[in-house]
Write a protein that binds this ligand. Structure first.
Ligand code: NOJ
Length: 520
């Protein structure tokens, strides 16, 4: 039986691949037939198709109805983002959530990933002073989603820490693990009947590094070489505590799933013939994702390659202990296995070349590798409105395979993937974004169909243009355009919204798909 099943799968794959024609390359830059040929086929029946957003980036209403300030309110009010912009109003989704849901209905998504604002629910950070209006807002949103038949995926922490908790040290304070668990407990209690997919943290690598090492994001602390590792250490414990809490106290009655969302780039050796480039690219893949993935999805601890690297560099810097904190055996037992699925945010690929960068005098995560990151500006397609974002679709397939090989056959949701454009007048013909979505979703399809990666869902970032952190409104990721000059914040679908709707309707790219978009 198993053999027959296998033969059927192989035959099916041969069929869909042979259907592809030479013209079936989305990007003229990528025409390696084995790697880049467009493949026809569909995702599993129950595949989750979604869009994603985050509270600070869309809600606005920054001080309405009892909400407390977050570190991002403070950061932007201090003029630290592009053109001193802030998200005081943003997309005004606090008031316009019904319109947002109507847009989702038109797209035909089955899922919506959004985040809860901790300071809207607990203005003072702690769970003993609950802001009822904050709870009511999210309950209304969740009710409206259920009425629209859209399943919520809810992130507890997407970077907007209550300012009062930052005043106590923020994520560098180890007590934060307990404070977070108390906040999570309250959320499970308040919303758990309506939420079956929980995310503890969004992209801890990014907020640790940019907030507490480089200081370019809130809370803006340039604690080079130390801050991010301390933050990561506490965040991993906070995640594990929240996971166990859900597991022990709520899972049975509420029946949901809970995990974490990690940021993952793919790293490709700049010179594939160089042993050094290959080694440093491999190290980058194991460390960027593995910093958080290895403790949670692996053996409860940081990857050995990361521990060795930072210990060695610390020695070079004449330090008697490593800058990377250590987990106790009890910590490791608590952390290992605290996942129900793998949430992956993926946008792009980097080339990595070996280059000695470690300094005796200056410590930074970005220098630990003895590698230099770059992009292939000659032969990759034009970057997005975000200068770091080059479309390299095959990188997604490689990364999905890397996750499967490194962490096992874990169910994976692509919780974010998307493409930005710069500021400018409304341009609904967003061909570059359309190409990006088609090519990346097609690589996800290859990973599922050909490589048997256990892919459960795909979320586009983002439903609409929103506040892109330190870049303000200068980088637009929306399937819908938002006019931030207009107090009504009108939303207009771009052509990519039509294309995404069609992909969802077809559950991928069936051979007989007809035209490639649905009019909204
Ligand atoms: C990942 C983050 O989760 C999200 O907040 C951000 O807007 C997108 N990347 C695009 O940079």
């Amino acid at each position: 039986m198993a053999v027959l099943h296998l033969l059927a799968i192989v035959a099916f794959h041969l069929l869909i691949i042979s259907e592809a024609k030479d013209s079936d390359f989305i990007y003229k830059e990528f025409t390696n037939p084995k790697r880049d040929t467009f493949v026809y086929g569909t995702f599993p029946k129950d595949f989750a198709w979604g869009v994603a957003t985050a509270s600070y980036q869309i809600e606005g209403a920054w001080d309405a109805d009892g909400k407390g300030p977050s570190i991002w309110d403070t950061f932007t009010h201090n003029g630290r983002s592009h053109k001193k912009q802030n998200a005081d109003v943003a997309c005004d989704s606090y008031n316009k959530y019904e319109e947002d849901i109507a847009m989702m209905k038109k797209l035909g998504v089955s899922h919506y990933r959004f985040s809860l604002s901790w300071p809207r629910i607990l203005p003072k950070g702690f769970a003993n002073e609950v802001n009822r209006e904050g709870i009511e807002y999210y309950k209304k949103l969740l009710d409206a989603l259920h009425k629209a038949n859209i399943e919520p995926m809810v992130t507890l922490y997407h970077w907007d820490l209550p300012q009062v908790l930052q005043d106590m040290g923020g994520w560098e304070n180890e007590m934060m693990a307990n404070y977070f668990a108390a906040y999570a407990d309250l959320c499970f209690q308040a919303f758990g009947e309506q939420v079956k997919l929980w995310i503890t943290f969004n992209e801890p690598t990014i907020f640790s590094l940019f907030g507490y090492e480089l200081g370019t994001d809130a809370p803006g602390l340039p604690h080079n070489g130390y801050g991010a590792y301390r933050v990561g250490h506490t965040v991993i414990k906070a995640h594990a505590k929240a996971w166990h809490l859900y597991d022990q106290k709520y899972r049975k009655s509420q029946g949901g799933k809970i995990s974490i969302v990690l940021h993952g780039n793919w790293f490709e050796p700049k010179n594939p013939d160089s042993e050094f480039d290959r080694a440093v690219a491999e190290k980058a893949s194991y460390v960027e994702l593995g910093w958080f993935a290895n403790p949670i999805f692996g053996d409860g601890d940081y990857p050995a390659i990361m521990k060795d690297m930072i210990a060695n560099n610390s020695r070079i810097q004449q330090l008697s202990t490593s800058r990377l904190p250590e987990f106790t055996e009890d910590d490791k037992r608590m952390i290992e296995g605290t996942f129900d699925f793998f949430g992956l945010n993926h946008y792009t690929t980097n080339l990595v070349a070996h280059k000695p960068t470690v300094s005796e005098h200056f410590a930074s995560f970005f220098m630990e590798f003895n590698g230099e990151m770059s992009q292939d500006k000659e032969s990759w397609p034009e970057p997005a409105g975000s200068p770091w974002l080059y479309p390299v679709p095959w990188g997604l397939r490689k990364l999905l395979n890397h996750i499967k090989q490194t962490y096992g056959d874990v169910p994976i949701y692509i919780t974010e993937n998307g493409f930005s454009e710069g500021e400018g007048p409304l341009n609904t013909k967003d061909t570059a974004r359309i190409n990006y979505y088609k090519a990346y979703i097609n690589e996800a399809l290859k990973a599922y169909l050909i490589d048997s990666v256990n892919l459960k869902g795909y979320f586009a970032w983002s439903l609409m243009d929103n506040f892109e952190w330190r870049s303000g409104y200068s980088e637009r990721f929306g399937l819908y355009h938002v006019d931030f000059e207009d107090p009504e914040r009108p939303r207009t679908p771009r052509e990519s919204a039509n294309v995404y709707a069609k992909i969802i309707k077809n559950n991928g790219f069936p051979v007989q798909a007809g035209t490639d978009h649905t009019e909204l």
